[in-house]
Design a protein around this ligand. Sequence first.
Ligand SMILES: [Zn+2]
Length: 412
Amino acid sequence: MNQASSGHLLGLIRRGRATTRGELQRVTGLARSTVGSRLEPLLRAGWIRETPGPAESSTGGRPAVRLEFDASHALVLAAVLETRNARVALLDLAGRVIDEQAGPLSIADGPDRALDLLGERFTRLLERNLHRDGVTASRICAAGLSVPGPVDALTRRLVEPPIMPGWGGHPLPERLRAVLAGRLGTDPGLPVLVENDANLMALAEQRHGHPDCAAFLLVKVSTGIGAGMVVDGGLYRGIDGGAGDIGHIRTAEASDAPCMCGSRGCLAAVASGRALAARLTAEGVPTASGSGVRELLAAGHPDAVRLAREAGRVVGDVLATVVTVVNPGVLMLAGDLAGPPFLTGVRELLYRRAMPRTTAHLEVVTSRLGDRAGLIGAAVLLADELYAPGRADERLAVAARARAVGGAASVA
Ligand SMILES: [Zn+2]
């Protein structure tokens, strides 16, 4: 990476390390004129904007012009797939939701049907916002898809997802790109990201609620159980994208219970929303899914409350080990089960089983962003990737070449 490139300066501005021309000079050691020429493509692209800073009354000097990333200069589309429904949204690059829509969608129907439905929903979403606040298909710079399964970090394809049979290895990014280009008229080369749901939720919750936490762990308990980790501000995915897939850790409590992954005795086989729905149904309270358990919990149903607390204890036992390995500052519980009874159960076992030193500074909390966390996380991750210094420089170079060709054509 070129330490003096436009992309490098953008990185300093986005992270708040330098927000005036003077600070950029000091941080980089570049001459004022060089800083100016490196900022020019960023200003021309609309990626940054200049605003008057606070007046420096003590010195009587002119206020320094502040530089900031313009998160509204482009838009992203995001979709969050759950087992039985999907939420789609139009967002800016800071994760501000401009409009969203949720509706039924069954992942059991497979990827082709799901992509068709997502295409329809994105089309309606764009149509109803078109030209409002300058919304156009050409301003959409990327799309993100959150999925409840493990994703290969390189190919962005699902890897043997236990609760998504038929989705493993499907070329989701390429197909979603084609669907969006065909239906909405977005760029046929649109960057498309597919990412695990707990990872995206963790990233969103860390940035918005705990920006100073250097080790942040989010555990999502809905149909399945998964965890996302943000370490030093970035996602920690592990070597194969499998980090945090804690639903298939074996537990003593579940020694014989069959799991969706084909194994027995997994955490998800006894403590997930799916497992609790099955238990409730067996006890005479018909419950179809994790979202059904969520509704019973919201209504204070005593059997659901009791089972959620029991499930919390089982998850808490596993989390005692996870927390000992990771030593996070924040452990956030999210998903269908993540209410007070579950939280109480987690705390009971976590503090009993984990070393006091690893929990001394641990905050155990529930989600702040709720059902929007995955959407916001998709926008945050897309912005991080598209405006990372190297990628930003590449994109600026492509834009400059296009302008040069366009200029030559117009002259001709
Ligand atoms: Zn399993």
